[in-house]
Every structure is written in structure tokens, then in C-alpha cells.
Design a protein around this ligand. Structure first.
Ligand code: C2E
Ligand code: CA
Ligand code: CA
Length: 761
């Protein structure tokens, strides 16, 4: 499980996307996006040049002309001369970038110019300079009526500068005194009147456009074919005369040249404008699709690729005059998207670092805390031999094995999330029903016990489990309690333990002895009897006495919550004597020769007191020793010869000896030989699994055979189903005991139980 796939991740991604949209909108509204567009354009202007048509030319009022014709402004007969000179040379259009607003000192010169205009064989435009005031174009000045009359069109020389004082746009037409007038450039190429801006393409180099000195033209020095088909501007083209404008690269050029580049830009074509919102939304939509389907790394890469693609498109479309593309907002959006996704990737990485186990990549306890899974039992399993696994296979081998164990847990727990809480421990949240949880755990343990395959071989896994039932505790507390229970199970050689309030409860530990004494006095301690059933005859042949404590405040207290405490503090004598006496007394009223099995704590054996206690109880109630069986667990204590002697002594009296919980403790075959046992009780952790685990079934089978060879009867514990009973019959097991043939019950219930021979077994 990766939090990448979680709802949280989806939400975070959605936030990143909305953030990107916000940044895009902000850049669009604040004009930041234009700055980006400008930079992309400027880069193109600086690095490339676009060829011009060459049909737009400039007649320069330059130093050379002033040198030869005298100080500027010139008398208007010079312009008349110019018009005469140009006539008949195939010139198409001529625009003056010179305003003739006041009459000449010599009115004859104005008349000469008017005549020449009338006679010229090309269209002539005269400018209408204006000023801007209060954000409006005002103070329009018109040419002398006498000249104006012969002009084909009055044109605007108005240009806009951006905030840097540079020229980016030239209006195609401007409203002057209520009339829409074309700018010179558009007029030169006869573009229609339109109230829009021409995005000047500065990659058209103004200094490569045809330009002629005024004086050369009037002196007839320019060959006719040079002027053929040209549209011309006459204008000042030197700094001294003012009227200079800044181009994209910060250089100043004359207004006439600006108009020429505008005209060439129109000839090249501009296409429609794909504005920032359109480009932004399309781009972010594409990026959004990536966000839905891809991992963070891919999203970042895709954002970069998209960014590059739209920059390239911007460049290409504008260079070839297909369309104007405003990409700044989209780029801002993509930038924000990459940044937030990058931050997300870093956060994911860090989150992974702190919530995953380094070696196996499995989520750790912190991840379990974050996941906040709903109630139910918390299960912990400990791989007891995990250090041996590291020693044998190295950390990598260990991690591989742990990965397999995690998979097995996942499969057996119905696909639940498994957390590796320590190198050799796993935890998960199982269901609420303790019985089915323990069944699953037992099945899992048996699978694991049959070994995990590794490098062609099989590695033995020693595991124990602990279960903590949900009581509203935090994940830490639940996991710790389950882990404590798992430790206890492994210390006792049990397959699993269920944690219960009381384990580790210091006050309980301190008061338990006096409480047990009180319980004996008050009769709160009593025995429950669980039937033992002969497998073939399907008859109850006896019962095991199991201590029960009905505590006035705590309610039912499980025997394994207080017996170990009594054992540890050497307080078992009274308890054993009391329970034994009660059991024998109870059984005197049981009809037939049914046998009674009692559990004898290992701490009681070998101290010299047990035979006395037992004989005294038998004598007191006149109970035949042959009807009594003591159940002893395999412990290290039996290495002591006096312990064995004591058991032998009891055995000689005719008392049966049963080896309890066989398979979980220190079982060695040798130990079976030294103890004069009459019965072997196979622990329920193995029995429960014989239907699912081949290895457990083999173990039970061989144990039964071995016990029979040694002259012992075999009891299978924990039989919960008819199927188990059938298999055990096939395996030639003698006796079964478990919930299926009867739960532990009080003596009254047991007596009734014996009288009804249950046919359904
Ligand atoms: P044990 O001797 O192995 O007793 C069998 C335990 O398995 C009992 O738990 C019984 O209730 C339970 N059991 C029986 N059939 C089934 C089944 O089909 N499925 C499952 N899941 N469990 C089944 P209980 O009564 O809680 O006793 C726990 C342990 O406490 C006993 O394990 C025994 O070691 C100890 N104990 C109980 N009474 C005494 C006693 O009087 N003296 C001593 N020294 N120990 C006792
Ligand atoms: Ca027992
Ligand atoms: Ca047992």
C-alpha cells in the first residue's frame, strides 16, 4: 500500500491542480504572463531573422541629404520635386511621415507640392500627428487643406509603447477625432481598417529594408527598376530629428522604420491570436490528465515536456505567421504544477522514508498509526528465529523472507494491510470475532511453520503470535500489548496468546494471592469439566478439570491470568490442594468409572509435596487412584531426577500421567521415555491445523504412531469440528477433547452430559 494511491493523495493532487490554475489566472491578470511571452519573442528576434518582401522602402531624410540640400525643414518645393521624380517609375504608394500642418512662408511652394500631388501617378498618404492626453488621443493636427485635398488618405502615425518604453504593437488603425484612420504601415500594404494591434515582428530587420537618401532620389540616382512596385515612406531617419522609438532590443529607430516593419509584418501575416486563457486552460487540462493517471515523476516530466512544447509552438507559429500564441499563463501554471508536484514527491518520499521499513519496503508501525484502521483485534507475530535467519542469509535474505511472510499474512488475513513493526515482527488489524481470528492465526502459523522457500531450499520459521482485542486503546498500546502476548506465547512455547487486562497489571499482581485466598473462602474458585470422548466408541470417558474464577469485580478471570502469578510466587500448594480436592469431591458423584484429569503445575513437581497432597485427597474421598490422571506439561524441570521420581511414585500408585500441550514445549523423544506417561495430549495448535497443513498432519500422525508404540494413549485437544474428529479417527487417535464434543461446564452440567450419549459425534 502506498499513500500515493490513497484518498489523501488524490486530494493533495487536486489541491496542486487548483493551485496551478490559480497561479495561471494570477499571472494572466497581473501581466506577468506577458513578460514571459515577451521574453520568448525577444529571444526569437535576437536569434533569428525573417526575410522581408523588399517592397516597402524608405526615402531617408538623412545627414547626407541635409548636407547637400541645406538645413531641415526644407522648403516644400523639394517634396514637389521628389513627387515629380518618382512619377512614372512604377511606385505604388507613397506616405509622408512629415506633417504639413502650417503654411509655408512662400505660399508658392505649397502650391507646387499640391500640384505635384495631383499629378503623381501613385497613391499618397499624409500623416495626422496627435498627442495623448487623459488616456485619449487628442490634439490631432491636419495637413494644410490645400494639400489634404490631394491626399488619397490621411493616416495615423500613432504608436503604442509598452511599460519599458519599447514598441511591441502598432495599431492597425486609430480613432482620431472620431475617424478610424489606418497607420502608415497598414496603409502601405493596403490592410483593412481595423481597431486592433499589429504585433511587430522584430525578427524582420529594419536595417535590411530598402532605404534611399532623399537627395539621391531627387537627383535621379536611383534606378527605375529599384523603385518599381515599391510602397515608400518619406521620413526623417536620423536621431537629431527626434521621432525615434525603441525596438525590442532597446535600440532606437525612426518612426518611419517602425511603420515599415509593421507593413512587412502584415505582409508576412499574423494569423489569429490564441490568447493566454485558451492556451492556459488547454495546457493545464492536458497536464491534469497526466495527474490523474501518472506518478509524480511522470507528472513533472510531462509538465516540462508540455512547457517546452508550447514554447516551441509559440516560436514556430509566430515565426511562420500562422498564429500568435500567448503562452505565459500556461507556463506559469505548468511551473506551479511542477513545483507543487515536486513538493508532493518530496513529501511522499519523506513520508515513505518514515513509514516504511528500509529493507523490505513494507509499511512500519508509524504507517499503521497513520492508517488509523477501524477496530478489531490487533495481531502481532514474532519471527523468533529472525536473528538466526540474518546470521545465515544476511540482511537481504532476511528481508526477502520477511517479504514472503508479509505476503502469507496478507493472504491468510483476507488481504489486510500488514505492517512490519520491527525487523522480525509484524502487526495487522484483524476482525472482531476472536474465535475466527485465532483460527486464522493458527492456520497462518502452521503455514509458516512448514517453512518458507528460499534459494531452492526451505527456511524453518519459528513464530509466535499475540492477539489484543479492541478496547479503544491507541495503535501503539494495542500493538505493544499484542507483542507482549506474543512474547509470552513464545516463552511458554505456545503458538499464540491473547492479551488480557490483568497481564502486566501491577496492582493485580500484588493482590492476587490474597484474592485467591478470599476466592477459596467465598467459593468463587471452582472447576469446570471438559468431556474427553473416545473417538471410536463416541462415548464420554472422562473429563479434564479446568480452574474457573468468578471474580466479584473482574468477572471471569482466565486461569492463565492468575495461575502463572501463583506459580512465580510459590503459592501453588494451597491452590492445587484446593482444586484437586474439589475435583475429586465433584467426581465422586459422577456415575460410572469416568476418569478425572487434573492439571498439575510444573512448579509443584519435584518439591516432595505433591504425592502427599494427592494421596490425602484420594483417601479423603475414597477415590480410586486409577480414575485420576495428572496432566503435566513438558518443562525443563524434568531434567531433575527427583521430579521424575515423584511422577514415577504417583504412577506406581495407579495414577495416570498425561503429557499436556505436547508439541509446544521442550519435547524430546528422550523425555517421553523417561516419564512414565500413560497418555499424550497433542496441543490444540497442531490439531486445529491438520485439515489445512500437511506438515501439522504429518506431525500429528507420527506423534500418534510413536505414542502407541510406547504404549501411550493419545488425546487430541482443541477439536472444534466434526471434520477434525473424522480425520483424527482415521489417524487412529484414541480420545478427543474440544468445543465440538463439549465446552468446559460445571459438574451438574457434566453429569447430565454423560447420561446423553451423543449420536451426532
Ligand atoms: P490446558 O490444560 O491446555 O486446557 C485446555 C484449554 O483449552 C482450556 O482453556 C480449554 O477451555 C481450552 N479448550 C478446550 N477445548 C477447546 C477448543 O475446542 N478450542 C479452543 N480454542 N480451546 C479449547 P482454559 O480453561 O482457559 O485453561 C487454560 C490453561 O490453564 C489450561 O490449558 C491449563 O494449562 C491451565 N489450567 C487450567 N486449570 C488449571 C488448574 O486447575 N491447575 C493448573 N495448574 N493449571 C490449570
Ligand atoms: Ca490440561
Ligand atoms: Ca493442553
Amino acid at each position: 500500500m502506498n499513500w500515493l494511491e490513497t484518498e489523501v493523495m488524490k486530494k493533495v493532487k487536486a489541491i496542486a491542480f487548483v493551485l496551478a490554475l490559480g497561479v495561471m489566472a494570477l499571472s494572466g491578470f497581473t501581466g506577468l504572463s506577458e513578460t514571459v511571452d515577451r521574453q520568448i519573442r525577444n529571444l526569437r528576434y535576437e536569434t533569428t531573422s525573417t526575410p522581408a518582401s523588399g517592397n516597402i522602402g524608405l526615402i531617408r531624410i538623412d545627414d547626407k541629404s541635409i548636407g547637400e540640400l541645406g538645413a531641415y525643414p526644407w522648403s516644400r518645393d523639394k517634396y514637389a520635386k521628389m513627387l515629380e521624380e518618382l512619377s512614372g517609375k512604377g511606385v505604388k504608394r507613397l506616405a509622408f511621415d512629415i506633417s504639413f500642418r502650417s503654411p509655408s512662408q512662400d505660399p508658392g511652394n505649397d502650391r507646387k507640392l499640391a500640384d505635384a500631388m495631383r499629378q503623381a501617378d501613385f497613391a499618397i498618404a499624409l500623416p495626422t500627428p496627435a498627442e495623448a492626453a487623459r488616456e485619449q488621443i487628442q490634439h490631432v493636427s491636419y495637413p494644410l487643406p490645400e494639400l489634404r485635398e490631394h491626399a488619397d488618405e490621411l493616416v495615423s502615425i500613432w504608436v503604442d509603447t509598452n511599460e519599458d518604453g519599447k514598441i511591441e504593437h502598432v495599431p492597425q488603425s486609430s480613432v482620431l477625432d472620431g475617424d478610424l484612420r489606418r497607420s502608415i504601415g497598414p496603409w502601405l500594404v493596403n490592410a483593412p481598417k481595423a481597431e486592433k494591434g499589429i504585433q511587430i515582428d522584430w525578427s524582420i530587420k529594419h536595417d535590411r529594408l530598402p532605404a534611399y537618401s532623399f537627395v539621391d532620389v531627387i537627383q535621379g540616382k536611383i534606378p527605375e527598376q529599384e523603385l518599381q512596385g515599391k510602397s515608400l515612406i518619406i521620413g526623417a531617419d536620423l536621431d537629431l530629428l527626434g521621432d525615434t522609438w525603441m525596438t525590442s532590443d532597446g535600440r532606437r529607430i525612426s518612426g518611419a522604420r517602425v511603420q515599415m516593419v509593421a507593413a512587412e509584418t502584415l505582409l508576412k501575416g499574423q494569423g489569429p491570436t490564441l490568447d493566454r486563457w485558451l492556451v492556459g486552460i488547454v495546457t493545464l487540462s492536458v497536464a491534469g490528465i497526466f495527474m490523474l493517471w501518472c506518478r509524480n515523476g511522470v507528472i513533472i516530466a510531462a509538465s516540462f515536456a508540455l512547457g517546452l512544447a508550447i514554447v516551441a509552438l509559440h516560436w514556430k507559429l509566430e515565426a511562420s505567421g500562422i498564429a500568435l500564441l500567448e503562452t505565459g499563463a500556461a507556463l506559469y501554471g505548468l511551473g506551479a504544477l511542477s513545483l507543487s508536484t515536486g513538493a508532493l514527491a518530496v513529501a511522499t518520499y519523506l513520508h515513505d522514508r518514515i513509514t516504511r521499513n528500509e529493507g523490505t519496503g513494507l509499511p512500519n508501525q508509524r504507517a499503521m498509526r497513520f492508517a488509523r484502521e477501524e477496530g478489531g483485534c490487533t495481531v502481532v507475530i514474532r519471527v523468533i528465529n529472525h536473528l538466526e535467519i540474518v546470521a545465515e542469509l544476511g540482511a537481504d535474505g532476511r528481508d526477502m523472507i520477511m517479504g514472503k511472510i508479509a505476503k502469507a499474512i496478507n493472504a491468510s488475513s483476507g488481504g489486510r494491510h500488514v505492517y512490519q513493526i520491527e525487523a522480525g515482527s509484524f502487526a495487522w488489524k484483524a476482525g472482531c470475532d476472536l474465535d475466527s481470528v485465532t483460527n486464522n492465526v493458527m492456520a497462518l502459523l502452521s503455514t509458516l511453520r512448514s517453512g518458507v522457500s528460499c534459494a531452492g531450499g526451505s527456511i524453518d520459521i519459528g513464530v509466535s503470535a499475540g492477539i489484543h482485542q479492541d478496547d479503544g486503546s491507541s495503535v501503539e498500546v494495542s500493538v505493544s500489548r499484542a507483542a507482549v502476548a506474543a512474547n509470552k506465547a513464545s516463552a511458554k512455547g505456545l503458538a499464540y496468546e491473547v492479551w488480557e487486562q490483568g497481564v502486566g497489571d501491577e496492582r493485580w499482581k500484588l493482590t492476587v494471592f490474597s484474592e485467591v485466598n478470599k476466592a477459596i473462602e467465598n467459593g468463587d474458585l471452582w472447576n469446570a469439566y471438559q468431556p474427553k470422548v473416545d473417538v471410536r466408541r463416541k462415548e464420554v470417558i472422562g473429563a479434564e478439570a479446568l480452574a474457573r474464577w468468578q471474580h466479584p469485580e473482574k468477572g471471569h478471570v482466565r486461569p492463565d491470568l492468575f495461575i502463572p502469578l501463583l506459580e512465580k510466587s510459590d503459592r501453588m500448594d494451597e491452590f492445587t490442594a484446593y482444586m484437586l480436592n474439589r475435583a475429586i469431591m465433584d467426581f465422586t458423584s459422577v456415575p460410572g468409572n469416568l476418569s478425572l484429569a487434573v492439571n498439575i503445575s510444573p512448579v509443584m513437581i519435584g518439591k516432595g509435596k505433591l504425592p502427599g497432597i494427592i494421596r490425602e485427597a484420594l483417601r479423603k474421598h475414597g477415590f480410586a487412584p486409577e480414575r485420576l490422571t495428572i496432566e503435566v506439561t513438558e518443562t525443563a524441570g524434568f531434567k531433575d531426577p527427583t521430579a521424575i521420581q515423584e511422577v514415577e511414585e504417583l504412577s506406581r500408585d495407579g495414577i495416570g500421567v498425561s503429557i499436556d500441550d505436547y508439541g509446544t514445549g521442550f519435547s524430546t523423544i528422550n523425555y517421553l521415555k523417561v516419564l512414565p506417561a500413560t497418555e499424550l495430549k497433542i496441543d490444540r495448535s497442531f490439531v486445529a491445523n491438520i485439515l489445512s497443513s500437511h506438515s501439522d498432519r504429518r506431525l500429528v500422525d507420527s506423534t500418534i504412531k510413536l505414542a502407541h508404540e510406547m504404549g501411550m494413549k493419545v488425546v487430541a485437544e482443541g477439536v472444534e469440528s466434526p471434520e477434525l474428529m473424522d480425520v483424527l479417527e482415521l489417524l487412529a487417535c484414541d480420545t478427543v477433547q474440544g468445543y465440538y464434543t463439549g465446552r468446559p461446564m460445571d459438574i451438574e452440567a457434566f453429569r447430565r452430559h454423560c447420561q446423553t450419549k451423543c449420536t451426532q459425534w
